[in-house]
Design a protein around this ligand. Structure first.
Ligand SMILES: [Zn+2]
Length: 413
């Protein structure tokens, strides 16, 4: 359950007209209703109950060059009900049901698990799989891309490893000589295996590896680049663009969504401008991709208005994972209100629960993200109520949509 004290605390005191009675930042009745909605968490990285799990991310970001950490990511920024001792005790008590128990503490019914692979303790119905597809769009020699900086070096080593795994799973030792064969023997079978394994979406962390502008490239040009093995950076980008669109179209055919990281990301070398959701416009405008729902994970911060405009594309969705950790509920609430005034059917709750550190694990991240995400949503809806834009019933309906119903409809769960 979320922390009701947080939700009911009148952190921001508003004066209504001439009255000197302080008004809560969140309508108290609405806060109670929001707290009781069992959520679907659109994006998170739950960790297995068993020790030593490293498959919670294709690109674990714990060994990057230092950056200037935002205030909210500094040690001791948040307080949660968890301690090292309480987590150990709960693991002992719940065994393989420990991750599901963590969801209960967060008020989350279903969590989309963005993981390389699922495991015994992270299974449907409480967890739904979102595997990674980036490795498939970098099939050639990545040493030039890796040489760009130390973060990219670490990332491409991990992508090369994951691609080797996808090749092995496809019964191959090396990528086939021609592009058509690579698509037919590696890319499509990998996506189909993921689907068979319960995947409801494919995740791209591409924003950590390159810009999000995926151009339209014809197959003959892509095949020429593929056969080069060590192409120039510009030629290689064209091949990646082709592969990305091929995978997105295949996801549509298979009934899986595409998840894209859209937010300033971790590390001091992250290409923030490259992650601007406006870079995705030509993708959304590609008639061949209209059957693929593309979810902009993390809500595009700092480009939260650009992403709002993108919601008019029929297959565009977003969630606010990560922003509930990075920003105060007051700040995020303003953004959520803008989105809800525009296309509210495409806005989804998510936490980005992740094992950030030994002290701030996926349990703490998920709990804080859920509590603050609910608080931000409550603030947005309360402001709309007080401005006479919506009635109470519609506020509750919008809360249900964001916390649960929009995701349920999108994935058919
Ligand atoms: Zn994430």
């Amino acid at each position: 359950m979320p922390d009701r004290r947080v939700l009911l605390l009148p952190a921001l005191v508003l004066l209504a007209g001439c009255s000197r009675e302080p008004q809560a930042a969140i309508d108290p009745q609405l806060a109670g209703e929001i707290a009781n909605i069992k959520a679907i968490d659109n994006h998170a990285h739950p960790v297995l109950a068993a020790e030593g799990d490293r498959e919670f991310d294709a690109l674990p970001v714990d060994n990057m060059e230092p950056q200037s950490d935002p205030v909210s990511l500094r040690p001791g920024a948040f307080h949660t009900p968890f301690t090292a001792a309480s987590k150990t005790a709960a693991k002992k008590q719940h065994g393989d049901q420990y991750p599901a128990w963590v969801l209960d503490q967060m008020g989350v019914d279903i969590m989309l698990a963005n993981r390389v692979a699922m495991g015994a303790s992270i299974q449907p119905p409480r967890f739904r799989w979102v595997p990674y597809a980036d490795a498939l769009i970098f099939p050639l020699d990545n040493s030039l891309l890796a040489a760009k900086n130390s973060d990219r070096k670490a990332f491409f080593a991990l992508e090369d490893k994951l691609r080797a795994r996808y090749l092995t799973e496809s019964g191959l030792q090396a990528p086939p000589p021609a592009l058509a064969e690579y698509l037919a023997r590696v890319v499509t079978p990998t996506l189909e295996r993921h689907k068979q394994g319960g995947a409801i979406a494919e995740k791209f962390e591409a924003a950590y590896l390159r810009s999000l502008s995926f151009d339209s490239v014809d197959a003959a040009q892509a095949d020429r680049v593929y056969r080069q093995r060590t192409p120039s950076a510009a030629d290689y980008k064209a091949l990646q663009d082709y592969l990305f669109r091929y995978i997105a179209a295949e996801c549509g055919r298979l009934g899986m969504a595409v998840h894209l990281h859209t937010m300033a990301g971790a590390g001091s070398y992250f290409d923030i401008a490259g992650a601007n959701p406006l870079n995705l416009e030509s993708l959304y405008n590609d008639p061949a991709l209209r059957k693929t729902n593309i979810v902009m994970v993390h809500g595009g911060w700092p480009f939260t208005r650009e992403i709002n405009a993108m919601l008019q594309k029929p297959n565009a969705y977003l969630d606010f994972s990560g922003q509930s950790l990075l920003l105060s509920p007051a700040t995020l609430g303003v953004t959520i209100r803008e989105w809800l005034e525009h296309v509210p059917e495409k806005v989804m709750f998510a936490t980005d629960a992740y094992p950030y550190s030994a002290e701030f694990g996926w349990e703490e991240g998920g709990w804080v993200g859920a509590a603050r995400g609910r608080e931000a949503l409550g603030r947005a809806l309360t402001a709309m109520l007080r401005d006479g834009e919506i009635a109470h019933q519609r506020a509750v309906e919008l809360a249900r949509m964001v916390l649960r119903d929009n995701a349920r409809k999108l994935y058919g769960i």
